[in-house]
Design a protein around this ligand. Structure first.
Ligand SMILES: Cc1cc2nc3c(=O)[nH]c(=O)nc-3n(C[C@H](O)[C@H](O)[C@H](O)COP(=O)(O)OP(=O)(O)OC[C@H]3O[C@@H](n4cnc5c(N)ncnc54)[C@H](O)[C@@H]3O)c2cc1C
Length: 461
């Protein structure tokens, strides 16, 4: 008998270590409800994840087995489960966050003492970080190497008769949250991906930044797969394999569009790679600066940013999307992060922690990796990149459809005035939308202050 330890891989399909375990023997699937670990994610993601555990348990029951749920520390509970089911081996998928790696190490030690063998395999990413160099100066060099490594295709699900005929009497509690969550589980993930492959993937490169489209019909612009990937409710090989099949069946512009989707997945891979080799990524600047970055301690500005009341319409729409949906489209995600760390000069760690609390798709590697990239403390090849929130809106939402979806105070204001809002006179703003805030920082002063601050940190001034 073998145990399979489910962590952030809440699925039976395309699950590398589960399938490997079931090839050699009967398998008892186990999930350990570990409140210490769950406390490190935000309440919305926790609820989504736990609902995913329940869906997984239902799936095992359909297959004539069950998901054994234990509460407590994984090392103790897995040793006890191995003893109870007479298991001689434990399989699990490797995870890269330091806390998870430490936990995996202590599980291995505890099981070793109990004479239970452990096997862990790469599942979370298409290319295991160990197959690549330990560091790359930027994404394109990472991508060049990563692209060359052959990708594994989706693995077959385990044969149902390899899943042990067990019955679990425990499940997990699913707390209520303040927003409507996406439907959890593999079926919902699959349905969403099918919809995207039917309507969005063929134009992905051309329309991914089309914010009005993203607000109106999300999966026509982007896939919205991030919550499912973050919880492991669908396997990365399944997405890659399907996108590759579609890619090989089309030509010209369509092929270029589909390929861009595969390319975007490589950013996720790079973030795991970064985390693997730099466990301090969530805490310390990736780049070493000769001088300290002089972050500003401006609590009022930070609070206004969190509430979506900065007087910068695209920033506020992004922050209100976060509050309402636990998700932000990638374009405004970059704009809000840049605004906080550049125009307001608030430390990226504060913004990243707020995202951790609010996102349903929070991914330890991608959240911190992207915050660092946007704050110019990470792997961006440009020394100081500052997104201008006004020109970003002019380029991606000039009709203000995205902004007015999330900022109702501006619904009666002509679109060109919304785009120019931070540069209008105070009187004009009062007249157009007295309920909507004035900008909390001057657009040019904020930009120039950020430029000077980063140049000082880089030793260029
Ligand atoms: C400040 C900041 C914080 C972020 N935090 C997270 C996070 O916690 N979790 C998360 O999954 N993504 C994060 N991202 C990356 C990106 O914004 C989301 O992956 C994307 O918006 C998810 O929407 P989607 O699934 O519709 O993406 P699509 O456009 O459909 O892209 C497909 C998939 O590619 C991957 N991907 C695309 N862009 C990136 C990227 N820049 N970095 C990593 N993966 C990428 C994701 O897995 C995504 O689901 C962050 C970006 C920024 C700028």
């Amino acid at each position: 008998m073998r145990l399979f330890w489910h962590q952030r891989d809440l699925r039976t399909r395309d699950n590398v270590s589960l399938t490997a375990a079931a090839r050699g023997d009967e398998v008892v699937p186990v999930y350990v409800y570990d409140t210490d670990l769950l406390a490190t994610v935000g309440p919305r993601q926790r609820a989504f994840f736990l609902e995913g555990v329940r869906r997984l348990q239902e799936r095992y029951r359909e297959l004539g087995s069950d998901l054994v749920v234990r509460a407590g520390s994984p090392e103790r509970e897995l040793v006890a489960a191995a003893e109870e089911y007479g298991a001689e081996e434990l399989y699990y998928n490797e995870h890269y966050r330091r806390r998870r790696r430490d936990r995996q190490d202590s599980v291995e030690r505890a099981l070793g003492k109990a004479n239970v063998e452990t096997t862990s395999l790469t599942d979370l990413v298409l290319v295991g970080p160990g197959k690549l160099e330990s560091s790359y100066p930027n994404h394109s060099q990472f991508h060049n190497d990563w692209e060359r490594v052959p990708k594994q295709m989706p693995v077959e699900p385990p044969e149902p008769d390899r899943l042990a005929d067990v019955a679990a009497d425990e499940t997990v509690p699913v707390p209520d949250v303040d927003i409507e969550l996406p439907e959890a589980g593999y079926e919902a993930a699959r349905e969403r991906f099918d919809r995207f492959c039917g309507e969005g993937i063929y134009t992905y490169n051309d329309t991914r930044d089309d914010l009005p489209r993203a607000a109106e019909a999300p999966t026509q612009a982007v896939s919205r797969m991030s919550p499912y990937l973050a919880a492991g409710m669908i396997g990365i090989r399944e997405l890659w394999g399907e996108a590759s099949e579609i890619h090989d069946a089309v030509h010209g512009n369509e092929a270029r569009n589909v390929d861009k989707y595969r390319y975007e997945l490589s950013w996720r891979e790079q973030n795991y790679h970064l985390l693997y080799y730099n466990p301090e990524l969530p805490r310390e600047n990736y780049v070493s600066f000769p001088n300290e970055i002089e972050w500003r301690d401006d609590e009022a500005a930070f609070e206004a940013w969190k509430r979506g009341e900065t007087g910068y319409p695209l920033v506020d729409a992004g922050m209100r999307q976060l509050e309402r949906e636990g998700y932000v489209h990638n374009r405004p995600r970059q704009v809000v992060a840049s605004f906080l760390t550049k125009h307001l000069l608030v430390d990226w760690r504060k913004g990243a922690r707020h995202f951790t609390k609010k996102l349903v798709d929070h991914d330890y590697a991608s959240n911190y990796g992207n915050w660092q990239w946007t704050a110019s403390t990470g792997t961006d090849s440009v020394d100081v990149r500052i997104f201008d929130p006004v020109s970003q809106m002019a380029k991606y939402d000039d009709g203000a459809a995205f902004v007015t979806e999330y900022v109702p105070e501006l619904r009666d204001v002509p679109a060109d005035r919304i785009v120019e809002w931070p540069t209008l006179s105070r009187d004009e703003r009062e007249e157009l939308a007295p309920e909507y805030p004035h900008p909390i920082v001057d657009r040019n002063e904020g930009y120039e202050r950020a430029q000077r601050t980063f140049e000082r940190a880089l030793g260029k001034r």
